[in-house]
Ligand binder design. Structure first.
Ligand SMILES: [Zn+2]
Length: 459
């Protein structure tokens, strides 16, 4: 086995261990016995002047017939200069029974094709640094899989500059925000109440919706490690636990993620509207969502020309009362409905376990060198996206069961004690939309439920 560690590899602290592990696995798979490990450290094959004692020893042993072949991580570990490679190729050409294998590819110096390919690769490696980028990416992933902190960047809100120690005052702010978001309060309303009360993140003077959302969506607050934008799954198939303390539970974080990234639940296209119960829920016949406004002091809902036809208007009071009554009737009936044998949640749990297993099997294949980096990263991204979607569903399911809509007797009493944002949160939880049907101009002016249709969520 030949290992070569460059300065870059050494800085990450993972280079030698990784090459040794992967190369040993390769030998085991091929049924080769490792006679000797040749390791050159902190040397660059790129600089011609640098001598490599282990490399010279390897060539001598091959020449003397002390070993029958070489296993290494990659051809460019052996040689990055065409001249170095030629010395090795000369040996393979004169001693036809020598064997050769690399973890990274299917290059075999014992065949003419392999020698041709190796020459080609070394010429390419000589000119490009793409392979360095690949090795760095892999080292980063390994760091991430160990749950370590990523280097650089700003201090994350809730943690000291070491990225590990929790700042209790800021952690309390995050916990407060999480609780209120899950209760249906809007980010903007939370930010307003935070200003002047709580320390702001980074250099910001005021709290903003975007910043708060980013803090709450960051898996780090749940003690999870992310990599390239998604939560990292470890080799055992479960999320990688970071070395820092969580501020909220994983379950809470999953609920937050599902709530904050669910576009269909963002009433009024994300705009705040705390005065009108049905803003963003009413769907105009033109399909645009209607918003609340007052006309001569009378609250109403209208389709605005910037988002729809701009022609539909409905008085708010009677419509609010009607939808509220329908909703409460529905929620009261809920407790009577029989519960099925298999809850959707346990089905989701099983699907998630399967997805995690499949991802971990993929990581195994890659670690063992049986699939290429290109195939691995593409497949990993797909599998992680599927897994995250399932987790989002499970979080929604949990939310539906635990938090939002009170059901059964006493619903009306609970409803009366809720704030408008909380009522709206429940409405959006239960209803997809309230369809507004066209009303003929000749129709009586009074409210008629005939022109409205409540569309329940079925997901
Ligand atoms: Zn319209």
């Amino acid at each position: 086995m030949y290992l070569r560690i460059s300065l870059d590899d050494e800085r990450t602290g993972l280079g030698i261990e990784r090459q040794r592990h992967d190369s040993a696995a390769l030998c085991k798979r091929l049924g080769w016995e490792v006679a000797k490990v040749y390791a050159d450290e902190n040397l660059s094959a790129y600089k011609r002047s640098v001598d490599r004692p282990a490399w010279e020893e390897l060539l001598a042993d091959l020449e003397a017939g002390a070993i029958q072949g070489v296993a290494c991580y990659d051809v460019d570990r052996i040689a990055r200069q065409p001249k170095q490679l030629e010395r090795l190729i000369d040996l393979y050409e004169s001693k036809r029974r020598l064997v050769f294998a690399t973890v990274a590819g299917e290059i075999d110096l014992s065949t003419a094709d392999g020698r041709f390919l190796a020459r080609l690769l070394v010429n390419v490696a000589n000119k490009s640094s793409a392979d360095t980028a690949r090795r760095v990416a892999r080292a980063q992933l390994q760091r991430a899989q160990q749950g370590k902190v990523a280097g650089g960047g700003h201090r994350p809100y809730g943690y000291e500059r070491d990225n590990v120690t929790v700042v209790p005052a800021e952690a309390a702010v995050i916990q407060d925000a999480a609780k209120r978001v899950l209760l249906g309060e809007t980010l903007i309303s939370i930010c307003k109440s935070f200003d002047g009360q709580y320390p702001t993140p980074g250099k910001s003077v005021k709290w903003s919706r975007t910043v708060l959302r980013a803090i709450l969506l960051n898996p780090r607050i749940a003690g999870l490690r992310s990599y390239k934008g998604s939560v990292l799954i470890g080799e055992d198939g479960s999320p990688v636990k970071a070395i820092w303390e969580p501020i909220v539970s994983v379950e809470t974080w999953e609920q937050l993620t599902s709530l904050l990234t669910d576009k269909s639940r963002q009433a009024n296209g994300g705009r705040v509207d705390r005065k009108y119960l049905l803003s963003g829920l009413l769907a105009c016949p033109c399909a645009a969502r209607m918003s609340g406004a007052t006309s001569k002091g009378v609250p109403e809902y209208r389709c605005t020309p910037d988002r729809g036809c701009g022609r539909t208007r409905r008085k708010a009071k009677a419509l609010d009362e009607y939808v509220e009554k329908e909703l409460l009737d529905y929620l009261e009936r809920q407790s009577m409905e029989p519960v099925g044998d298999v809850s959707p949640e346990s089905v989701l749990d099983r699907d998630i376990a399967n997805a995690e297993q499949s991802l971990s099997a993929l990581i195994d294949e890659w670690t063992a060198g049986r699939i290429s980096d290109a195939v691995f990263f593409a497949a990993q991204a797909r599998k992680e996206a599927a897994l995250n979607a399932l987790k989002g569903e499970r979080a929604q399911e949990k939310r539906r069961q635990t938090m939002k809509a009170p059901v059964g007797a006493g619903v009306r009493q609970k409803w009366a004690g809720l704030t408008l944002p909380q009522k709206r949160a429940i409405l959006f939880e239960v209803l997809q939309a309230v369809k507004v049907h066209p009303k003929p101009v000749t129709a009586p002016k009074r409210f008629d439920p005939y022109y409205y249709e409540l569309i329940r969520r079925t997901d």
